[in-house]
Design a protein around this ligand. Structure first.
Ligand code: S3P
Length: 441
């Protein structure tokens, strides 16, 4: 079976330096901002994965020229009102919630209706969370069963600014509204539960009319109509979410040490570091730098000896939202019971991840108590599977993070794992298996 991976070995005793691929959130945002800039923007280390390629295809359909080669990506923006496209345009966000939700914000003023479609997984995810606030600007929407893709957006030239309260801690919802506000006369006011802030940092870096007041749990954002966006040359740092698999693999492997170079450590993204440090994992930041308002550093991770259980503070949820599956593997090896709560959003991702977490942990022989929004994990510090124990992972909506988490579990705890749909990694991290092979050398 060419699309299957069989894993029947553990990985220990490695001491390596690696580089993981570019940050997905920043890569998609770079494509969208550059498509609105006046002139040619260039990116280095853009993530070349299916989600980002879908973003490039989307802006091409909106009439924007893109040249992509191994060295760099160039986007020939035609200004904030530069999109030109045929009637009956259809944009395919494929697997990408970020692309699907963010681009809708930019289409609120389109003069012809545009259809947005996605793959099987994206078509199961909620789009009402963005169509509802975006319709307050004056755009109209038709969604399948009032919530899902395919949807049709009917833009308007008579946009009105809105007041919006983002309660989920969703950066996709917040960013979609910021994009619509950039097209709208007057001041849009957003109160948003803390979530990744790459969109706001790019707005600030580009000197767009945005004001942000940071409170303890919520940010207050005001944004006015944007007249011009300057070109944006960006050297994209590595993705902490892709790094997460290697951070956990190192922590769970014996006698190992790993340096991951040039990783984005935006404070709104490093929930995994805070959580794992609380659990006793040694992670050190080196060569910290600021780059275009973002922070980056080299990460050094050491094998963990005594892993402690955690009652995870919910304020860390949004900053670790894509990393919980691998974090749960660390909890599986902790001494004591770990508790993660208020995590209903995990079941809104590419697959219902809280459910998949419980399945993977059950396969490992770990007791869990899971509800719709929480999970208790009864750790076992001696967790070690017999290499004859067969575990099959399939029908998981090709969720890249389920695949990569399963592989880390296999290499850390043993067993004979048959992992279906290995091409799922192409959505976010096509290089993943190559780096795993490099660690074995
Ligand atoms: C993302 C935001 C998060 C995250 C996703 C990327 C982004 O989604 O899970 O992988 O780039 O804005 P939500 O905004 O739905 O939490």
């Amino acid at each position: 079976m060419p699309n299957q991976l069989i894993v029947n070995e553990k990985l220990n005793n490695f001491k390596k330096k690696i580089i993981v691929s570019g940050d997905k959130s920043i890569s998609i945002r770079w494509v969208l901002f550059s498509s609105l800039a006046e002139g040619v923007s260039k990116a280095k280390n853009l993530l070349i994965s299916e989600d980002v390629l879908a973003a490039i295809e989307a802006v091409k359909k909106l009439g924007i020229k893109v040249i992509l080669n191994k060295k760099e990506c160039k986007i020939f923006g035609k200004g904030i009102d530069g999109y030109k496209y045929k009637k009956n345009l259809k944009i395919d966000a494929q697997n990408s919630g970020t692309l699907g939700r963010l681009i809708l914000g930019l289409l609120v003023n389109s003069s012809n209706p545009i259809t947005l479609v996605g793959d099987k997984s994206l078509s199961k995810r909620d789009f009402k969370r963005v169509s509802e606030p975006l319709s307050k600007f004056g755009a109209q929407f038709k969604l399948r069963n009032k919530s899902f893709l395919p949807l049709k957006i009917y833009g308007t030239s008579k946009l009105k600014p809105i007041k919006y309260f983002e309660k989920r801690g969703s950066a996709q919802c917040k960013s979609s509204i910021i994009f619509a506000a950039m097209r709208t006369d007057g001041t849009t006011k957003i109160k948003a539960k803390k979530s990744r802030n790459h969109t706001e940092l790019l707005c600030k870096h580009l000197k767009l009319p945005i004001r942000i007041k940071k409170n303890k749990n919520f940010d207050e954002i005001e944004i006015k109509k944007v007249k011009k966006i300057h070109t944006l040359n960006y050297d994209i740092p590595s993705d902490i979410s892709s790094s997460a698999f290697f951070i956990v693999l190192t922590a769970l492997s014996k006698n190992s040490e790993l340096v991951i170079r040039n990783v984005n450590i935006n404070p709104s993204r490093i929930g995994i570091i805070t959580i794992l440090k609380k659990m006793g994992v040694k992670i050190i930041f080196k060569n910290r730098k600021i780059y275009k308002g973002e922070e980056k550093a080299d990460l050094k991770i050491l094998s963990a000896k005594d892993i402690k259980s955690i009652n995870c503070p919910t304020k860390l949820n949004s900053g670790a939202i894509d990393e919980f599956l691998v974090i749960f593997l660390v909890a599986a090896k902790a001494k004591g019971v770990s508790y993660f709560k208020d995590l209903g959003e995990l079941n809104q991702k590419e697959s219902p991840r809280l459910k998949w977490a419980a399945k993977i942990l059950k396969n490992l022989g770990i007791k869990t108590i899971a509800t719709n929004n929480s999970i208790k994990i009864y750790g076992n510090p001696n967790l070690n599977l017999n290499f004859n124990k067969k575990i099959v992972i399939k029908n998981y909506m090709k969720d890249h993070r389920v695949f990569m988490t399963s592989l880390v579990a296999a290499l850390s705890f043993g067993g004979k794992w048959i992992l279906h749909d290995k091409d799922s990694i192409n959505t976010s991290f096509p290089n993943f298996l190559k780096i795993i092979e490099d660690l074995k050398k």
